[in-house]
Design a protein around this ligand. Structure first.
Ligand SMILES: Nc1nc2c(ncn2[C@@H]2O[C@H](COP(=O)(O)OP(=O)(O)OP(=O)(O)O)[C@@H](O)[C@H]2O)c(=O)[nH]1
Length: 383
């Protein structure tokens, strides 16, 4: 490999290309993070218990307190019936959450039901400045801080929509209630929401940075081995993907040690980083790509059979061959392929067998081969 510095023009083109690939990888990575982030059961349980607390308080407010009556809009009997239904909804979704944590539609539906329940309580409240308005704040903060900025924004939009609807319906009550304290109440409410949004955005940024440092191989930007296992385990556990076959592709560079020996470790590092980028750019968003060890890469591929994975492996080999020719480095790629559940009861077992297949191919072919688990190494034609 030419270790000498490039010309200024080449450097600019190269750094631009690298920045672009960095950006693509970053975007791809962020999407993956977003797709994988799930609050643990303890956090989701706290949210359901908080809902139940507000449900009890709502019933007590209308049935026990001084305001043991409702507005002209809703009778007490109707209020109780609707709230009974709301309580059943909370209990049902809590049971659902205990069984399956990562169900996005449930997070959205429960948030909107909370907003509708709070709006209904505000409509039923004879007092114009109802404590129910503070429930909007709970919904915005509770969902935003737990599930991220997208749900935060959705909760703000939903609260605004519901509040406008109620104000429209009870316009005359609100015209009567306009006062300096009501205006300040509204102002404080808006400031708290904006302030919390900016705090949540900062927390989110910090969380992503920490996750990045923990999960990424610093040289290639790919997942490290620990993160690969963690994310792959999630794929295996997820009922949506758990029953579908997953292909494991193990790739090891041939003759990489010579790059280090001939050009130095700093060049070896650059080679690994470039190859990591090439591999990350060759797969889909739904696939997992990791640096497994020194010059080993591991890919977990979804929605693909072994024949299709074989085509991908050939493509990776060709991409590497083109890159090696361009950079004048003598490298090729040995690949092992296997499939869960056919080749092992769990991820670790499949990886072990795929690693052996790759190694067998390397041993017999001397590099540049592709071998499936259980496949006989094709004989190399005699010269
Ligand atoms: N530059 C660099 N080298 C590394 C890094 N991690 C491991 N290596 C080197 O990668 C090499 C991996 O060893 P091998 O797989 O036996 O090397 P190889 O020449 O590819 O051997 P074959 O796979 O049999 O062709 C060793 O020389 C390690 O020192 C790293 O982060 N940077």
């Amino acid at each position: 490999m030419s270790a000498s510095p490039n010309t200024a023009g080449e450097q600019t083109a190269d750094s631009r290309r690298r920045r672009k690939t960095d950006w693509q990888q970053d975007t791809k990575h962020r999407a993956t993070l977003d797709a994988m982030r799930v609050p643990p059961w303890e956090e989701q349980r706290t949210q359901y218990l908080t809902r139940l607390l507000f449900w009890v308080l709502g019933l007590a407010y209308f049935n026990l307190g001084g305001a043991a009556q409702t507005s002209a809009w809703v009778s007490l009997a109707v209020f109780n019936a609707v709230f009974l239904f709301y309580g059943v909804e909370i209990a049902w979704f809590m049971r659902h959450a205990a069984r399956r944590l990562d169900v996005r539609w449930r997070w959205h539906v429960t948030m909107w039901v909370d907003l509708l329940a709070a709006s209904f309580a505000i409509l039923a409240d004879p007092a114009a400045i109802s404590p129910g308005f503070l429930v909007y704040l709970m919904v915005i903060l509770g969902n935003g801080m737990r599930y991220g900025l997208r749900l935060f924004a959705e909760a703000v939009a939903g609260s605004l929509l519901c509040a406008l609807l109620i104000i429209g319906l009870r316009l005359f009550d609100y015209l009567d209630a306009i006062s300096v304290s009501a205006a300040f109440f509204l102002l404080f409410f808006v400031i708290i929401v904006l302030y919390s949004y900016s705090l949540t955005a900062n927390i989110e940024k910090g969380r992503r940075r920490t996750e990045d440092e923990r999960d990424r191989d610093h040289l290639t930007g790919l997942l490290n081995r620990r993160a690969l296992y963690e994310r792959a385990e999630r794929l295996f556990r997820d009922p949506a993907t758990g029953s579908e076959p997953l292909v494991v592709l193990f790739a090891d560079l041939d003759r990489f040690k010579a790059v280090n020996d001939n050009h130095g470790h700093h060049v070896g590092d650059r080679v690994l980083a470039d190859i990591g980028r090439l591999f990350a750019g060759s797969v889909r968003d739904t696939d997992l790509v990791a640096r497994y060890g020194g010059d080993e890469f591991l890919l977990i591929l979804r929605d693909m059979d072994l024949a299709e994975a074989g085509v991908l492996a050939e493509r990776l080999q060709k991409t590497l061959a083109d890159w090696s020719r361009r950079e004048n480095v003598d490298l090729s790629l040995s690949v092992g392929l296997g499939q869960y559940p056919d080749h092992g009861a769990d991820l670790k077992a499949v990886i072990e067998r795929v690693d052996q297949a790759m190694y067998r191919s390397k041993l017999v072919r001397g590099g540049g081969g592709i071998l499936q688990v259980g496949q006989v190494v094709p004989a190399v034609a005699a010269p």
